[in-house]
Design a protein around this ligand. Structure first.
Ligand code: G3P
Length: 217
């Protein structure tokens, strides 16, 4: 399973990259705004900086919602760096844009996926990734993990190359359950990744080993 970090924060991206487990980065307009990035030039420069810091696929989301504008914007984003993946919303014009970029060999990530039907359409249009939003479904009392299972079955039935990129991750349990189901990628805040490594028995066990090691000095 690939690990992406879901942030536009450069320090957190560096920390995950230094950990040696990072396969890519996802961002969205809300995450960019959170870092105070605004204006076209600043946005493009920020994506270039992320590509310099992190290895792997870097999702950059279009801000427009019409086919023509998404194509123009997506081509500009894709030209920034070979690792850029154009992130496109699951709307009718978005499906057309996915097909356009797929025909041109430009990688895409179809975002705001909340149903298996949406994921199927995106895969048919040749999306590289689909991003089902687990946490936001859980937030409205719908089992987000069930959606990952449904998409896994459908993609396996027809051997779609499209990868399931589980997004809107809220906890380490989301990551573990995605791994059990067979999501191809999980994009997560840094905190959920770091929480995977914590266990009180590891801490107490290490404290004991360190104490006993001192006795052997
Ligand atoms: O990047 C898309 C997704 O991961 C957003 O997550 O926490 O805003 O629901 P969240």
């Amino acid at each position: 399973m690939k690990f992406f970090i879901d942030t536009a924060n450069l320090e957190q991206i560096k920390e995950a990259q230094d950990l040696g487990i990072l396969d890519g980065v996802t961002t969205n307009p809300s995450l960019m705004a959170k870092e105070g990035i605004s204006g076209k030039e600043a946005i493009l420069n920020h994506y270039k900086t992320i590509c310099e810091i992190a290895d792997g696929d870097i999702s950059a989301e279009v801000l427009s919602t019409t086919y023509e504008e998404m194509i123009k914007e997506g081509e500009e984003l894709a030209a920034l760096h070979p690792n850029i993946v154009v992130k496109i919303p699951m709307i009718k014009d978005g499906v057309k844009a996915l097909k356009y970029f797929s025909n041109k060999g430009i990688k895409t990530n179809c975002t705001l996926i909340f149903s298996a039907g949406q994921a199927l359409l995106a895969a048919k249009a040749g999306a590289t990734y689909v991003s089902p939003f687990l946490g936001r479904l859980d937030d409205i009392s719908v089992d987000g993990m069930n959606l990952i299972e449904e998409i896994r079955i459908i993609f396996d039935n027809y051997m779609f190359d499209t990868e399931i990129l589980a997004a809107s991750i809220r906890s380490p349990m989301h990551i573990i359950n995605c791994a059990k189901i067979g999501a191809d990628v999980v994009t997560s805040p840094l905190a959920s990744i770091l929480n995977l490594l914590k266990h009180p028995l590891t801490d107490s066990g290490l404290a004991q080993f360190v104490a006993d090691a001192k006795k052997m000095d």
